[in-house]
Design a protein around this ligand. Structure first.
Ligand code: ARG
Ligand code: ZN
Length: 884
């Protein structure tokens, strides 16, 4: 699972022509160039002699000609930062090999051979955290997408499937636990305090799913009985002392296993499921067969140290990696262009699971918020790409919100069009037809057509066209008919100037103004550039509720009055549409306010309409608190900027804060009551108690904008009395944005209280970096020199700098200081960990959509990066695309 969830005036770039991707750049990999690998590699035997500073690997590959590929008299084995120490072919030492760049080329004359290669690596020097690396005294691997080639020479591509036997030995005291994929076959003691273990994975897999872990770990162990009655041993491995924070992960795992049986008919296929938590990790987690490796952030949780949001994150990522066992491992990807085949589908599966475990509408709103906050900006910027990209230079740059989250939306649309039962027939057919294969997105779509009975001919455009479609909506009433006029515009994106109309499935309802009712929801699918739909026996102009449940990942531009939005915000029976009406009300008001075209009187009118809508939300007894909490969230500054062609971040920030202040002053006693009422609910993990915690901090956020003195006192007492991290972090977040002694005291207390717990100290960094405090940038600079800050730990880097780069306030400081700091970070981090460094480029890549002064400052930093010598290909690709 990926980790970063949060996220101009056109002119030429002649002087940067050499930084732009060349049309025939040999480093560019193209989807159309796919060719099957000339060799099959049915079996792999790996022997590891483990050491933190020196690990020696002997790999034995059986290879045979692939009858379905063009014949070749050589074999190309990928390598990265490794050298062959010795090479044997069929037992004989071979000197007849050469290197082509970092790849090893061996001549092979027969139809089948055995190749043996020895390599040696230094895991402790592996700061890229790809391949085999050391973390906190343990050894661990990350091979997706191209990490295996940093361990041994291999056809490191997802369409080469092999069964693996892994033997490892090492000092027993240092590495008492030795794990790999599949089943433990044998183990024993060796000489001089060493021991060894031998693992075998019966399921053929590509190299990116290989994993090895060696370390001093303890397990929380449990078991699960599958639907056919097989018992599976479950272990969650952590460092000693952390085992009492693994309960939620274990429960989430068992619930995921049951849910996938019930919902998709998928049963687990080994007798053992291991999860290992590591603190140095580039991403969220990794689905290696039978041996998932997780960032500690998505395993460890208890009420004292993790927020409700953290608990949900653990549940979702545990589920995501588990679901990959079928959507990813049993059926993998033919090539990396098909990444969304496993990621989009698996994200949808984890979203549906979380919807079923908690509140369906709240989860839907959260997922749409992620899509709009992270994917929409990607889709409208220089890094836009289809969910199935056509080319890349560094595949790790394509683990994006587009591939993951938009990919999930695309499959969700198929589900909406087919209905749940037919969708299940489609997925059954897909799993059945392609089990054991390396498949393509096209295979998935075809299985959906055959199994679910859909015609997806035109729908395939969702795989090939980038850009978020804009849907224009107008409603008209004539005689006793209502006519809905729809049009679509798919904006141009890099390399795709012209787009064809796509099928847009829109769930709609027509509300009668008088009764506040509608005659049932309908699914309308727009397939042309423009199309009108007519509805009979409608006596007056209805109020249109459209894109209910966010049935299509599009933006809706509708002609609708403020009154109708207020109506929908109060009456819509689709919770998402109700939320949306409230958001639209706020967005259209803030857009007008930011443009400076709103007269005082109109501004007050708008504020009053919004305030009365919020007052209804606060007073509505039919809402549960979790939903109330969602409805109270104002659209983010990033999303607001996204709705404008060219954004002024400072104006957006101040207008949004001003609106929040106006709402808060008008409803101060309501917010105070809410804070009190919610504060009286005792701690629990049930929905009611979670909801209470959510609105409690929401109330503080509003109070802080309306009456900072009252908010400061309330926040301090919430902080002091907190018996859980949700309340404590919420209060500290509000205090961080205010000045005063309470802020200082709470920050000191928080640090001292949680010193030695890295995940909580990450929060301490992030809260300060993302705060709305006027001196936030100075705080970030000071924190970069803090004894606990290090560039070597990705979680810590993200906690300080991702928080800042996605906090519009600090990042967009008028003098460009925020941009310079992010560019400095990229330059410092790139030689250590290019994959994490390149993730900081996209915020700067927004320059074309920002007002001219800041735009120039952002571009200047990108140009500075482009000119820096020795940039990694990861960062270079993102920088040149951002400028191109
Ligand atoms: N497959 C993993 C997951 O989504 C993530 C791997 C991310 N790899 C990367 N190079 N960023 O569960
Ligand atoms: Zn995934």
């Amino acid at each position: 699972m990926d980790i970063a969830r949060t996220p101009a005036t056109p002119d030429g770039n002649q002087h940067l022509a050499d930084a732009a991707p060349e049309p025939h750049d040999p480093a560019t990999i193209r989807r159309e160039d796919y060719r099957p690998y000339p060799w099959l590699v049915p079996d792999v035997a790996l022997d590891f002699d483990l050491g933190l500073e020196a690990t020696r690997i002997t790999a034995r590959l059986t290879v045979a000609r692939n009858a379905e590929a063009d014949a070749s008299d050589t074999i190309r084995l990928n390598g990265d930062d490794i050298e062959p120490l010795s090479i044997k072919v069929d037992g004989e030492v071979s000197n007849d090999w050469h290197m082509d760049g970092s790849d090893l080329i061996l001549p092979l004359s027969g139809d089948a051979h055995e190749i043996e290669i020895a390599t040696a690596i230094d895991p402790s020097a592996n700061t890229k955290l790809m391949g085999l690396f050391a973390s906190n005294g343990m050894l661990c691997t990350q091979c997706e997408a191209e990490g295996f080639r940093r361990i041994t020479f291999f056809p490191d591509r997802p369409d080469v499937l092999s069964t693996y036997r892994v033997r490892m030995s090492g000092p027993k005291a240092q590495f008492p636990v030795l794990l790999s994929n599949g089943n433990l076959e044998a183990q024993g003691d060796g000489e001089e305090g060493t021991h060894w273990a031998q693992w075998h994975d019966p399921w053929p897999k590509p190299s990116y799913l290989f994993a090895l872990v060696a370390g001093d770990l303890v397990a929380n162990s449990d078991s699960f009985t599958t639907m056919s009655g097989r018992e599976v041993a479950l272990n969650i491995w952590v460092r000693e002392g952390d085992e009492n924070r693994t309960g939620h992960a274990m429960e989430s795992l068992k619930r995921s296993m049951r849910w996938d049986e019930q919902t998709f008919g998928r049963e687990y296929d080994l007798n053992l499921y291991n999860i290992v938590a590591v603190s140095d990790f580039n991403m969220g987690a990794m689905e290696n067969k039978g041996l998932n490796v997780f960032n500690t952030k998505y395993v460890l949780a208890d009420a004292e140290t993790a927020t409700d949001g953290d608990f949900d994150g653990v549940e979702g990522v545990i589920a995501h990696e588990y679901f990959h066992n079928w959507s990813g491992n049993r059926i993998t990807c033919r090539d990396w262009f098909q990444l969304s085949l496993k990621e989009g589908f698996t994200v949808l599966r984890d979203q549906l699971f979380s919807q079923d475990m908690g509140s369906e509408p709240v989860k839907r709103i959260e997922d749409v918020r992620i899509l709009r906050g992270a994917q929409f900006p990607e889709d409208s910027g220089p890094l836009a790409h289809p969910i199935r990209p056509d080319s890349y230079r560094e595949i790790s740059n394509f683990y994006t919100a587009t591939v993951y989250n938009k990919g999930a939306e695309v499959i969700r649309m198929m589900r909406t069009m087919a209905g749940g039962d037919a969708f299940r027939k489609g997925t059954d057919l897909y799993f059945d037809r392609h089990d054991g294969e390396a498949a393509t997105c096209e295979d998935f779509v075809t299985a959906m057509e055959d199994g679910a009975g859909l015609d997806l001919t035109q729908f395939r455009l969702w795989y090939s066209q980038a850009g978020t479609p804009k849907i224009g909506v107008r409603m008209e009433h004539r005689g006793d008919r209502a006519i809905l006029h729809l049009k679509q515009d798919v904006p141009p994106t890099p390399g795709q100037p012209d787009k064809a109309p796509m099928p847009i499935p829109l769930r709609i309802a027509l509300f009668d103004r008088e009764s506040g009712q509608h005659d049932g929801e309908q699914l309308v699918t727009l397939t042309k550039a423009q199309e009108s739909f007519s509805f009979d026996s409608i006596s007056s102009l209805p109020v249109l509720s459209i894109n209910r449940g966010f049935s299509a990942p599009v933006t809706i531009e509708r002609e609708i009055s403020q009154d109708d939005l207020v109506f929908l915000a109060a009456h819509d029976d689709d919770p998402f549409a109700r939320y949306e009406a409230l958001q639209d009300l706020v967005v259209s008001h803030l857009k007008a306010a930011v443009s400076g075209q709103l007269e005082e009187a109109a501004k007050r009118d708008g504020e009053e309409a919004i305030t009365s809508a919020f007052a209804s939300v606060l007073a509505d007894d039919s809402l549960d608190e979790l939903m109330r909490g969602e409805l109270l969230v104002l659209p983010s500054e990033t999303y607001l900027a996204e709705t404008m062609l060219v954004a002024d971040p400072a104006a957006i920030h101040s207008e949004r804060q001003a609106l929040r202040g106006a709402i808060a002053r008008a409803l101060e006693s309501e917010f105070l009551n809410l804070h009190e009422r919610a504060g009286a609910v005792p701690f629990g993990m049930d929905a009611a108690a979670k909801g209470a915690r959510k609105v409690k901090t929401q109330a503080l956020i509003y109070l802080a904008a309306g009456n900072p003195d009252v908010a400061r006192r309330r926040a301090w007492s919430q902080y002091e009395q907190a018996d859980n991290m949700t309340d404590r972090q919420g209060a500290l977040m509000v205090l961080c944005g205010l000045s005063g002694i309470e802020r200082t005291n709470a920050l000191i207390d928080f640090y001292n209280r949680f010193q030695g717990n890295p995940l909580v100290i990450d929060k301490w960094f992030a809260l300060q970096a993302s705060s709305m405090h006027p001196a936030a940038l100075e705080h970030v600079k000071a924190l970069a020199d803090h004894q606990d800050f290090t560039l070597k730990n990705p979680n810590r880097v993200r906690s300080l700098y991702m928080a800042m780069a996605y906090s519009p306030h600090a990042f967009h400081a008028a003098d460009g200081e925020g941009y310079r700091m992010i560019a400095d970070l990229i330059l410092a981090l790139d030689p250590i960990n290019p994959q994490t460094a390149s993730r900081f480029v996209p915020p700067l890549g927004r320059w074309r959509r920002i007002e001219p002064k800041r735009s120039a400052l952002m571009k200047e930093q990108l140009e500075r990066l482009a000119a820096a010598p020795g940039l990694s290909s990861d960062t270079h690709e993102q920088v040149s695309r951002s400028l191109g």
